[in-house]
Each structure stands twice: as C-alpha cells, then as structure tokens.
Write a protein that binds this ligand. Structure first.
Ligand code: SAM
Length: 460
C-alpha cells in the first residue's frame, strides 16, 4: 500500500512549522497534494520528500508572507469533496451542546484555511453554537460571533474560552458539591427527601406553570439546586461552561419530545437522573475544555455578541465571513430552546421577535405572515451593514439550502446572491454538497432538504 502523510507529518519531516507549509502551498511554492474524502490534504511519500528538499534550500520563517492567490484558493475549494460523509465532527469542544442545523466543522475549516491568513479575523454573523469560531481559533485566527439567540451566544463563549488551571479547580469543587446533592437524592435520607417529603430547593426556578407543564416536580428541585450551585462558581469561564452543561441536559429531563419538536410527551425520569446526567455531561465538558484550552494560543481571541444582526451591531472590521444563515420557514429556534432559555433566566419572547426565518413567522396568518420578499429585504439590510465591516476584496461564505414556502421551493442561495449584488458583492463560487441525513435535524415536513450550497461572495 502506498504510504501517505498528513500536513502536520510533512511539516515535521521538513522541519518547518505547519503554517509555513500551508503558506508554501498557498503561494504554490510546493505542489498541492490530493485530498481524502474528509477534505484533508494527503501527501504521497514523493511529495513529502520534495517538500523536505524544498525546505532545505529555503529560509521559510524569515520570508515575508506574500499575498494570497485567491484564484488558486477558489479552484482548490472547488476540488474538495464537501460531503464529509464519515468525518469526525465532535472534537475539542464542538459537542458541548446540540444545536439544530449546526454545520460540520470541516466546512468552515476548509474555507478559513483557503480564504484567510494566520492572525486575521473571521466573523460568523449567525454563529449559532460557534462552530466557525472554534475552527478560526484553532487555525490561529481571531473570531467574532453574532447571534440573537442568548443560548447560542452562551454556547459559543463556552466553546471558545480557554480555562486556566485555577478555573479547572473551580470545576472540581463544583462537581463535588453536585455529588453531595446526588448522595442525598440517592439515599433518600437527606434534605431532599426527608420525612418522605420532597425537599423544596431554595434555588431559583421558572414560574410554576412552565415547571408543571414541562417537568416532573422532583426534576424541578434538582435543576433548581444545580442552577444555584452554578451561580456560586466564582470564575466566569467555568460558570459559563457549567451553564451550557445544564442547558445541554434540560430537554432530555423535560417532557419536551426532542430538540426540534416542541411537543409534550411523558418520560420516566427517576429521582437523581437530572443530577446524574448533569455530572456525566460535566465530565465530558471538562475533558473537552481541557483539550481546547491546551490547544488555543492566548494571542488569538474570540468575541461573541448577543445581538440582532438587523440592528447593525458595532464590531471590529473583519477579513472573512463564514456563516450558515437561518433558512426561511425551516426552524423556530426560540421554540426549541424555550425551556433552556427559561432555565438560564432569558426571555424567549424577546428572541422570538428578532429571529429571522422562523417557521412561526412564515406560517402566521394575515398581514404579518413573512414571505420570500421579507427574507430578501432582511438580507439587503444585512449586506449593507456587512459592506462597512468586511475588508475590501475579501469573501463572505454562506452555507444555505433551499426551503419550501407555501409549497413553493425557494432557492435561498440565489436569493442571497441577488441581495448581495445590490450591495456590491459579486458571486465568486457556488458549490453544492449533500447533507448527511444524520447530521442535520431538518423537519422533513417543512423542508425535506437533502443538499445545500456553499455560496462564496466577494466584496468588490
Ligand atoms: C443555521 S443556525 C447557525 C448554526 C451554526 N452555523 C452552528 O454551527 O451552530 C442560524 C442562526 O441564526 C440565528 N439568528 C436568527 N435570527 C437572527 C438575527 N436576527 N440576528 C442574529 N442571529 C440570528 C439563530 O439563532 C441561529 O443560531
């Protein structure tokens, strides 16, 4: 079998930093190898040897970075197999929290590598659970994320904020406090179940109506206790990580059917289950956060804004946009995340008003019903704002599929391209990819979407 090598291995063989090798590839100083089905570069032994020979005759780190060859980058992007059918997607902190229509990290990774350079700033203007932001940081870029969903902003922060050793100790102390609660629940002799009466937690809980409808009474007490313990964590970063961990278990211990189905169904949740699930998620979250904290260099940072994009939020200028916008009529994030937002102390009604594309707005009756023109109008405003923030001649990449409104198929990529053209963004490439059915939790009754487009626009 022919031997093959990864980018990191070839860089090590050549005795140069991986970034140096990536720069040589961009500058076409060394030949571009093939890619595997996950989109990663695969070097043959001959290619690796040629690069090692090239390294011997070069002063790589002293050479100034030459301008990127954008045409070559675009043609490399066109050659990638974008389906990434069996790619691993849960590395680092990517799996901290589920998120409907989250895209797989390999997509932003390839776009960031090809269309930006180390040290530049990458924006995801609908950052959701922060996939682009984490990929930007691990590729040594800065990141800016924007989302109107407060839960999305929280997950994005948890995913991208490295923890110091002292903060991991805070996590350890918090875990011990949670275990003490579990001992009381399990033995049924402690405060939680004294005299056969359920303990009333002194922690905050949502209004009784929400609790009674969506949660068994003992689950409410356990969640209230966990929330109170989280609020007592001194450091903001570990506190955020624990809040996201709590949010991650809420749907599974509630009577909500699933993440993308906001209907009530009876489930058997035993006393202690909520705390046990939380502890198990906390262990995975701490491991993932350790791995991320060890990898991300502190000279690169990520800023996440909890903001409505239509309100034209103030940001630093950026060099590349990689985003997956909401599709009209496909999701209702404010509904799916309602119980989570409530437990985190946020008002889902506020987000409901600002959410673009929500199924609710497109299925409303009367004058307020949203239409494809509503969506186009929103994106015309967004592109005008983007014009003032994205640097000249740089790219904005949108990963978006079609949707169905009133039984009519809507080509959202073309709609975005037209809205962008009005603001001086020219289409540079459009790539179609197949969505793995297990990867995107689309509601088939709404969209039945099997492919999506990667639309690359260039600011002229
Ligand atoms: C398809 S999701 C993004 C998922 C993300 N790429 C990920 O990997 O998790 C679209 C996002 O747009 C956000 N959104 C909807 N309306 C918005 C608005 N007016 N301003 C900012 N974000 C909004 C939603 O909250 C949702 O998180």
């Amino acid at each position: 079998m022919q031997q093959s090598f990864t980018t990191a291995q070839v860089a090590a063989m050549a005795g140069v930093h991986r970034d140096t090798l990536l720069r040589w590839l961009r500058e076409c100083s060394v030949p571009e190898p093939g890619r595997n089905r996950h989109g990663w570069r695969v070097f043959t032994a001959g290619e690796a040897a040629a690069i090692a020979a090239f390294a011997k005759g070069d002063e790589p780190d002293a050479a100034p970075e030459t301008p990127r060859d954008d045409e070559a980058a675009l043609s490399r992007l066109l050659k990638i197999e974008w389906d990434f059918a069996s790619a691993k997607t849960g590395y680092l902190t990517h799996s901290l929290h589920p998120y409907p229509a989250k895209f797989i990290p390999q997509i932003p990774n390839a776009l960031i590598q090809e269309l930006s350079s180390v040290g530049e700033t990458i924006a995801d203007i609908f950052c959701g659970s922060g996939t682009t932001l984490l990929e930007a940081l691990q590729l040594k870029r800065n990141a800016i994320g924007i989302d109107a969903n407060p839960l999305a902003a929280l997950i994005s922060r948890a995913k991208t904020t490295p923890l110091a050793d002292s903060e991991f100790e805070e996590l350890g102390a918090h875990r011990s406090a949670c275990e003490r609660i579990l001992e009381k629940v399990e033995s049924r002799t402690g405060d939680l179940f004294h005299d056969g009466q359920p303990f009333r937690s002194s922690g905050w809980r949502p209004t009784p109506k929400v609790c009674e409808f969506w949660f068994a009474p003992h689950v409410v007490e356990e969640l209230a206790e966990l929330r109170a313990l989280i609020d007592r964590i001194p450091g903001e970063a570990p506190r955020t990580l624990c809040a996201v961990t709590l949010a991650a278990i809420i749907v599974s211990v509630s009577k909500q059917d699933s993440d993308t189905r906001y209907v009530r169904r009876e489930k058997t949740i035993e006393p202690g289950d909520a705390v046990r699930r939380y502890l198990s998620h906390l262990d995975s979250a701490a491991l993932a956060a350790r791995e991320m904290s060890d990898l991300i260099e502190d000279r690169f940072s990520c800023r996440v804004l909890d903001a409505d994009i239509l309100e034209a939020p103030e940001t630093m200028p950026f060099d590349l946009v990689v985003t997956s916008p909401p599709y009209p009529n496909a999701y209702s994030y404010h509904l799916y995340h309602r119980t989570r937002l409530i437990w985190l102390g946020h008002d889902p009604e506020r987000f409901k008003k600002t959410e673009i594309g929500s199924h609710r707005k497109y299925s409303a009756r009367g004058r307020n019903r949203a239409t494809p023109e509503t969506f186009r109008g929103e994106f015309e405003r967004i592109f005008q704002w983007l014009r003032g923030r994205l640097r000249d001649r740089r790219y904005a990449c949108f990963v978006i599929g079609d949707s169905t409104i009133d039984r009519t198929r809507i080509d959202n990529a073309s709609l975005l391209a037209a809205a962008g053209a009005d603001a001086g963004f020219r289409e540079a490439a459009r790539i179609s990819r197949t969505i793995a059915p297990t990867r995107k939790a689309f509601n088939p009754r709404i969209g039945g979407i099997k492919t999506e487009n990667i639309l690359i626009l260039r600011k002229m």
